[in-house]
Design a protein around this ligand. Structure first.
Ligand SMILES: [Zn+2]
Length: 68
């Protein structure tokens, strides 16, 4: 299985569409944790699209994420 997923950097919220999350964020160049923001339901279009609820939640939660 090598299906592309949507990933969001938990530090800078950079989004990318790749099979695996990168070890180093291309945007903030940190060793960031990426969360899977892929849509897994038909409501947001399936895995070709990011899930808007995860995207908005990740932005709202970013203030509590640890910045290292
Ligand atoms: Zn980043």
């Amino acid at each position: 299985m090598s299906e592309k997923r949507w990933w969001i950097c938990t530090v800078c919220r950079y989004m990318l569409h790749e099979v695996e999350a990168p070890e180093t964020c291309p945007a903030c160049r940190g060793k960031c944790a990426f969360i899977d923001a892929t849509c897994y339901t038909p409501e947001c279009g399936g895995t070709a699209y990011p899930d808007p609820s995860i995207v908005s939640r990740s932005i709202g939660a970013s203030a509590t994420w640890k910045l290292t």
